[in-house]
Design a protein around this ligand. Structure first.
Ligand SMILES: NC(=O)c1ccc[n+]([C@@H]2O[C@H](COP(=O)([O-])OP(=O)(O)OC[C@H]3O[C@@H](n4cnc5c(N)ncnc54)[C@H](O)[C@@H]3O)[C@@H](O)[C@H]2O)c1
Length: 259
């Protein structure tokens, strides 16, 4: 245990899988009490059990973060039960509306924005309310490398993930005076269930990894380590910014290579 976060209380959304689960486990190892949220109650409960089995402290608060009432309840219940909220990792999300832009329906666009942007706003707003009143806290939103460069067929997702970066800046600027810090983490390719589904085969994964300067996709624990740092006092002077964790993927430009 690194004890960086002893006595702190953290909420992680989408904590039942992938990056969210790895972050919940890491924040618990670092000493936090972790409130694990996920749409999937069973998966959230599994994460809570993984934490408590290893001697950490956690509880489950399942629900859909596209419902702003649920998000407010998540924060209010955490305050009622623990009296504080120090860290909020707003992480739940996934690509929904796939295809070139002219094929995207209004409904598909709205669903993408609802899950990947509006839910982040609900979470940031709810966390800001209690953290600013308490005089501090750290909010971390999960964006994506899709916010920095376009991959054909993922336009709605990229637009929503890019808007998160400006939401983070606005929140950091407006609430910096209260002691609350707000940052975004930008994962590249991360081996999670959602990514495995997207990538499909070992052959496609190998082709992708050949394009990454460090030669590999990230694992969820790589992102969790960045979130844990942003959550801790080690990053006390860091706000309104983005931390890219992608093995160098977005640093690279296309080059003329004949395979
Ligand atoms: N895996 C990657 O390569 C990658 C890259 C860039 C960004 N991201 C982002 O990281 C985040 C986590 O992705 P992941 O790869 O770990 O995915 P994942 O599918 O493994 O986990 C996401 C979790 O979020 C939950 N969830 C989905 N909708 C929800 C909702 N409305 N309310 C509450 N929970 C909900 C799911 O049930 C799931 O357990 C997402 O925001 C994703 O866009 C992932």
């Amino acid at each position: 245990m690194t004890a960086q976060l002893t006595g702190r209380v953290a909420v992680v959304t989408g904590g039942g899988s992938g990056i969210g689960r790895a972050t919940a486990l890491r924040l618990a190892v670092d000493g936090s009490f972790v409130v694990v949220n996920d749409l999937d109650t069973e998966r959230a409960q599994e994460t809570t059990e993984l934490i408590t089995r290893d001697g950490g402290k956690a509880e489950t608060c399942a629900g859909d973060v596209t419902d702003s009432t649920l998000v407010d309840t998540l924060v209010d219940q955490t305050m009622a039960q623990h009296g504080r909220l120090d860290v909020f990792h707003s992480n739940a999300g996934t690509g929904l509306a796939h295809g070139e832009l002219t094929s995207i329906t209004n409904q598909g666009w709205r669903a993408e924005v609802e899950l990947n942007l509006n839910s982040m706003f609900y979470c940031v707003r709810a966390a800001l309310r209690v953290m600013s009143a308490a005089g501090g806290g750290s909010i971390i939103c999960t964006s994506s490398a899709a916010a920095l460069g376009a991959v054909p067929g993922t336009g709605p997702y990229g637009a929503a993930k890019a808007a998160i970066l400006q939401l983070v800046r606005s929140a950091a600027v407006e609430y910096g005076g209260t002691g609350v810090r707000v940052n975004a983490v930008i994962p590249g390719a991360v081996k999670t269930p959602a990514f495995q589904h997207y990538i499909g085969s070992d052959e496609r994964l190998a082709a992708y990894e050949r394009q990454i300067p460090l030669g590999r996709a990230c694992v969820p624990e790589d992102i969790a380590a960045a979130v844990a740092w942003l959550a801790s006092d080690e990053s006390a002077c860091v706000t309104g910014t983005t931390l890219v964790v992608d093995g160098g993927l977005t640093a690279k430009r296309a080059e003329p290579v004949i395979e």
